[in-house]
Design a protein around this ligand. Structure first.
Ligand code: PHE
Length: 456
């Protein structure tokens, strides 16, 4: 029998899993959501969602993955060979692949901005100054780099190539090695940025703007958003954690791992807030858009343009963003690769090609839907937004609910306990609580969210 593929070290498996969790969700979704939805009040809610629901659901995925050592669909099949539960895994795989197809495009944008910062082209002033100043200039650049036709395609393809290169090298030599370099780099960069941001003249006002607790903002919609954000940020419901945990050694303490990963993911989200708000406040940009792409590609360049060492800070920031995006696309890709390898008995090399090749078309569609094809509407949205909505708002929660029901109701209680306790070698006193959440609280609450999203 072939030797089981495993992560080589505890640090490596945590780096890889955190790498998947930390992504654009932490950088551009979390800070803006927190600020708009009651600051610290939202934060408390978010932390509650992460630890009360996110961690137990993560443990459910870890147990299914590590216990079976299989891919996201194969794991269900192993545990329940005669039933159709594997469809849950299939749904998760499909969701992860669809997400990958547009996430790759965004990863391409980060590469473009990194490059344009390094060369300084992003900050070159046009011969004729833009009448509305910097903001208009960066909006125009965004048009060129993101909604243009060719440039975004080129960088998307480059990103597909980089992913292919890393994934082909395998779990230990590719994913783990890359994560071991990139995640520490990401944390160092974050701390450096936070240090700099806190020296800005209006740093404390920025933090107040970010965290000012306003409990009156907490409405049912905000609760729904907090839960949705926490699941997206922890990469739940996409088969990723099942796939990665299949590479965890048998002695890995699953509860400790889940808590560590969730904490680090939270720390990154918070640090991002500590960076962004002091910066936009100090440079008089708090009225500018803090939403998603505009925050990162327009508002922050305005900040860098006013700082000494513009190009360097900008390059470092987009490097950070690129690392965050790359470790996430890698994890999304691995889900399908593991599936093809197991299900069709493909070599890793071949599986990598089969996962990356169709992306040339699918990601191009997402990329072009930002510009020339933006008039092609699917349910009133462009292709990119349609995928984002379907995969993250519908498929992801459905897969998460089914995963909980499967582990909570369709597998023996002892299976879950044995996984969490490593067959009784470590104590997990909270097991009854965790199991209760997986059986009742999580599926019910996620279902409420799903209903809320669908009913608008
Ligand atoms: N968790 C990542 C983030 O916060 C996003 C992601 C989603 C990554 C799905 C992989 C899979 O941005």
């Amino acid at each position: 029998m072939a030797k089981k593929v495993e992560f080589g070290s505890r640090i490596g498996l945590i780096a890889a899993t955190v790498g998947s969790a930390v992504g654009l969700g932490n950088v551009w979704r979390f800070p803006a959501e927190a600020q708009a939805n009651g600051g610290a009040a939202f934060l408390i809610l978010y932390i509650g969602c992460v630890f009360l629901l996110g961690v137990p659901v993560m443990l459910a995925e870890f147990s299914i993955g590590r216990g079976t050592g299989s891919d996201a669909a194969g794991a269900f099949k192993k545990l329940s060979p005669r039933k159709k539960w594997w469809l849950t895994g299939a749904l998760a795989i499909l969701a992860s692949y669809l997400i990958l197809s547009f996430y790759m495009v965004v990863a391409g944008w980060t590469l473009e901005y990194f490059w344009q910062s390094l060369t300084g082209a992003l900050y070159e002033l046009p011969a004729k100054a833009e009448p509305d100043g910097m903001s208009a200039l960066f909006h125009a650049r965004m048009g060129e780099y993101i909604t243009g036709t060719w440039r975004p395609l080129v960088v998307t393809f480059l990103m597909i190539g980089i992913n292919l290169f890393i994934l082909m090298r395998g779990v230990q030599k590719g994913i783990e090695k890359m994560s071991n370099v990139m995640m520490p780099l990401l944390f160092v960069l974050l701390v450096v940025f936070a240090g700099v941001a806190l020296t800005f003249p209006k740093a404390s006002e920025g933090l107040v703007f970010f965290l000012n607790p306003d409990f009156s903002k907490i409405t049912p919609t905000v609760v729904v958003n907090a839960l949705g954000q926490s699941f997206f940020s922890l990469s739940l419901g996409m088969g990723i954690l099942i796939t990665y945990s299949a590479y965890f050694p048998k002695h890995t303490h699953l509860v400790q791992t889940a808590v560590t990963v969730s904490l680090l993911d939270l720390v990154v989200a918070l640090l991002m807030g500590f960076i962004i708000f002091p910066a936009v406040m100090s440079f008089g940009l708090s009225g500018e858009s803090l939403e998603g792409a505009t925050l990162v590609f327009v508002t922050l360049p305005e900040v860098f343009a006013q700082m000494p060492g513009t190009q360097w800070w900008s390059s470092l920031f987009f490097l950070l963003l690129m690392v965050a995006a790359l470790t996430s696309t890698i994890s999304l890709g691995e889900v399908s690769i593991a599936f093809l390898q197991n299900h069709f008995k493909m070599s890793r090399r071949k599986a990598c090609f089969w996962v990356m090749l169709p992306l040339l078309v699918l990601s191009s569609m997402s990329s072009l839907s930002q510009g020339v094809l933006s008039d092609v509407r699917v349910f009133g949205m462009n292709w990119f937004d349609f995928l984002d909505n379907t995969a993250t708002n519908i498929m992801l929660p459905v897969a998460a609910i089914l995963t909980c029901i499967f582990l909570g109701w369709a597998t023996p209680k002892e299976y879950f306990r044995n996984e969490l306790t490593n067959n009784g070698h470590v104590g997990v006193r909270l097991f009854p609580v965790i199991r209760f959440i997986v059986r009742y609280a999580a599926p019910v609450l996620i279902a409420v969210i799903l209903a809320a999203k669908i009913l608008g």
